[in-house]
Each structure stands twice: as C-alpha cells, then as structure tokens.
Design a protein around this ligand. Sequence first.
Ligand SMILES: C[S@@+](CC[C@H](N)C(=O)[O-])C[C@H]1O[C@@H](n2cnc3c(N)ncnc32)[C@H](O)[C@@H]1O
Length: 247
Amino acid sequence: MNSPNVIPPTASSYLNKTYWDERFANEEHYEWFKDYSHFRHLILQHINPTSSVLELGCGNSQLCENLYGDGITQLTCIDLSPVAVENMRNRLMSKGYHEIKVEEADMLDLPFGNGSFDVVIEKGTMDVLFVDSGDPWNPEPTTVNKVMKMLQEVHRVLKPRGIFISITFGQPHFRRPLLHAPEFNWSMECRTFGDAFHYFFYILKKGERLPVSESSIDIVHIPPPISLIHEELDDEDYIFRTNLDEE
Ligand SMILES: C[S@@+](CC[C@H](N)C(=O)[O-])C[C@H]1O[C@@H](n2cnc3c(N)ncnc32)[C@H](O)[C@@H]1O
C-alpha cells in the first residue's frame, strides 16, 4: 500500500505537517509497525465494549476499524493533518462506521475536557516527537518539552482510572523517564510483540502508581541492538527509527 516516494529525505520531515498532508493526499493505507492482529491479544485485556477510546494520530491506519470490529464503538480519532482527517472520515462513512468520530487536533493541545476517556491509545505517534531528539540518552529540551506536553494532555483527558496505551519502537530505558515522570499518577507496565524484532506495548494505568520503593516495570523481552535487526524492518520503519534508539 506504500510507495517509495513517501519516504522523506530525513527523519525530521516526520515533524512537518505539510509532509503528512502531502503523503496522505496520495496514500490510502499504511500501517506503522505491525497491524492489529499482532497486538489484539494485548489490547483486548484493557479495552472493552463500554470503553470510550481516543486514538492519537490515526493517519490512514485501520486501528479504529479493527477496534470497532471487536465491539468497541465509542471511538474518537484525531490527527494533526486535515487531509488524514478528511480521508478517514470518508473511509469510515463509506464502510458504515458512522459512530466513529474523527477530528483535526494537536495531541499537544487536546480539545477535550478533563476526564473524558477511559482509554487513550497511540501507535507510532509519540515517536514522531523524537525524530530530532539528538542523543537518546539525553534528548534535546525541545523534544522533552513536547513529549511532556503530550503526556500531560493524555493524563488530563483520561478518567481517574483511565488507561494510556503506547505502541512504539522506544525501549523502556529511553521511554521510562518521560512516561513515568513523577508528575503522573499512573503505573507503568511494558509488554512486547512482534517476531524477530519486538515492538513495545506500554500500559499506563491512571491512579495506580505505587510508592517509589514498591515500583518496578514488568518487561517481558529486551530486543537485540538495532544493528542486528534493521534488515528485518520495513525501510521506512528504519528511517523513522533513526535517532530514536541508537545506543
Ligand atoms: C507515524 S504516523 C502513525 C499513524 C498511525 N497511528 C499508524 O499506526 O499507522 C504519525 C501520525 O501522527 C500524526 N501526527 C503527527 N504529529 C501530531 C500531533 N502533534 N498531533 C496529532 N497527530 C499528529 C501524523 O499526521 C501521522 O498521521
């Protein structure tokens, strides 16, 4: 479904709204990382048909349709790109998924009230904020500020016992300092999925943070260094990952 001309010259192009608009004007469907079938078993442990769900940066992914197919109908998708939003609305209407709301919005400034959702989910969207982060062990302050703003917004729009699910390339040693910053009262768990290369599935449960002395992260697998596995990644996953997790 992808075509070579959507791959940008540098990873920092992924921060550019115009890049996404131009890409979505020509691309019908592209699924970042893996499709729903690979992590469905993990998602369904945390979302049920009564959950209200917000998806950040839906792009032209089929995630919301897949969730709908599993009976989760209270879905809202947002994306920064008006082209993505228009295309997604048209696609969902043509398939009869009238209940799914799609809105143009910035995940750093969400247009929803406090405590609006049971679940917020993102796949590859937070990773966009890291593409010009510099040293992953010591990311640029501009990157940290944007990621913290996004996480503050997610924390704010979640209900008191809400859950944030983040599906990413980002390994726990790089993500934990931000995802589990002291200002958030959510607990943090990490699962992995995938075949040769493992993607990370973070589960942050609001209101369940343990005192520092009792907290730990439950991580199932640690993947090999990128140099051993990059040939197994899609070309675009590889460029997107550049600057994210180099050690
Ligand atoms: C790497 S793609 C992931 C798309 C989709 N989640 C998937 O799994 O295939 C990143 C998406 O995030 C959107 N995006 C980038 N920055 C955003 C922001 N600040 N707020 C909302 N969406 C954003 C882009 O337009 C793009 O659709």
